[in-house]
Ligand binder design. Structure first.
Ligand code: FAD
Length: 379
């Protein structure tokens, strides 16, 4: 049995562990803290149009795998059900498919697309709400959420027959925050005869016909996901690699050393800590000194231009990150993979908008594949 160490406790690290275990490896996941995964709002985007990505995005992590759309589809067909099954076992039911996308309302009544959503959100798919009466629950004591304006947005923007219904939770102080609802039993809605009830996110034990709206950070959906995927992780901040002859043989975390046959770097973007940018400097990868790329070029070469592009549209920098070969081994600045048994996955990769249409798709698929490649690495 091969031993694999995964660095990173977000969705990419979780999927890497699943992939490596599927190949029979003994897996250890090391994580310093929650990353971007814990901030997601409840709508997981996997991919919008796989063929379009392969045709028009040459640096996208999917394109870099050098697989055609049929093979990629086959891998997604394996990875997504494996993820949903594992999350279910770890206490979080998530529904959906990478092949179809729905629209779900957030806390402002605005629609956001998703391929996968928690089961507690699924009944709120906007097309399914049309023609049904929906009560939007407001909590009198909560000051940072307005059920009336959500109901109005549902009506005006999405043609849903929605109205607000206020409840009171006596033990909450006036001016309480949405976060104070987290984990409380959902209050019953008694006055209206609505078929469905939209709750602000965070309540537990929703009644039949109840669903949660999507969140903004801090997000109960993100926190629940992080709790589920964090069950099997070891709390450790990796601070260095031990390398022998082109192979990583161990990683160090404080005074501890973790040896393995292969390693997966799933350390996230800036929020996770997988990439670092100090004021005025270019972006670096702090653990292994790997190459960081933007639009296929080393970020150090495009630094000044990138700073100007950033000023015009900050999302552009979301595309900065590691580049990999077709087996997900990260490259150095010269375009070579310096370590034969180091693989990379998730938001640490560049070439795509990590807050966009593949926000979860890249971590899920590259995580799953990196774990499988790592487990199959020759010792
Ligand atoms: C605010 C926000 C909202 C988002 N909302 C959505 C959304 O609604 N839908 C969507 O599809 N996508 C969304 N995204 C994108 C999506 O959440 C991320 O792309 C995805 O969660 C990244 O997962 P990851 O596992 O690659 O990284 P992360 O979740 O960031 O995980 C990185 C992990 O690596 C660990 N780590 C880093 N360095 C070390 C080290 N040296 N030692 C040990 N551990 C280390 C971190 O502690 C962390 O556990 C959002 C992103 C952000 C920032």
């Amino acid at each position: 049995m091969s031993a694999v160490v995964v660095i990173g406790g977000g969705i990419a690290g979780y999927c890497a562990a699943l992939g490596a275990r599927r190949e029979g490896a003994d897996v250890t996941v090391l994580a310093r803290a929650p990353g971007a995964t814990a901030l997601y709002g409840g709508s997981m985007e996997v991919v919008e149009d796989l063929d379009a990505v392969l045709m028009s995005e040459p640096h996208h992590p999917f394109t870099r795998l050098r697989l055609d759309s049929v093979r990629l589809a086959t891998e997604l067909d394996a990875a997504i059900p494996a993820l949903l099954l594992a999350l279910n076992k770890d206490g979080l039911k998530v529904e959906g498919s990478w092949k179809s996308r729905g629209l779900y309302a957030d806390l402002h009544g605005l629609a956001r697309p998703a391929n996968l959503v928690p089961a507690t959100v699924a009944a709120g798919e906007l097309k399914g709400l049309v023609g049904r009466r929906v009560a939007v629950v407001g909590v009198r004591e909560v000051g940072d959420y307005d059920a009336e304006s959500v109901a109005q947005a549902l009506k005006e923007l999405h043609n849903v027959d929605a109205s607000a219904e206020e409840v009171s939770i006596a033990e909450l102080p006036v001016g309480a925050a949405l976060t104070d609802l987290y984990g409380r039993r959902a209050p019953a809605v008694t006055k209206s005869r609505a078929a469905l009830v939209a709750y602000p996110p965070g309540f537990s034990h929703l009644p039949d016909g109840g669903f949660e709206l999507l969140a903004t950070p801090p997000s109960p959906h993100g926190w629940r996901l992080q709790q589920a995927i964090g069950l099997g992780t070891v709390r450790a901040a990796v601070d260095g690699l031990q390398v022998e002859g082109g192979r990583v043989v161990a990683v160090r975390a404080g005074d501890k050393t973790y040896r393995a046959d292969a390693f997966v770097l799933a350390t996230g973007h800036y929020i996770g800590g997988g990439l670092r940018k100090d004021r005025g400097s270019t972006t670096t990868e702090p653990l292994a000194g790997l190459g960081v790329f933007h639009d296929g070029k080393p970020a150090s070469e495009v630094g000044a231009r990138l700073a100007r592009i950033d000023y015009l549209g900050p999302a552009e920098e979301f595309r900065t990150g590691l580049a990999t070969d077709e087996r997900l081994r990260p490259l150095d600045e010269s375009g070579q993979a310096p370590y034969e048994n180091l693989f990379a996955a998730g938001a640490v990769l560049g070439g795509y908008d990590y807050a966009g249409a593949c926000g979860f798709g890249v971590p899920i698929l590259t995580g799953w594949l990196a774990g499988r490649f790592a487990a199959r690495t020759e010792r």
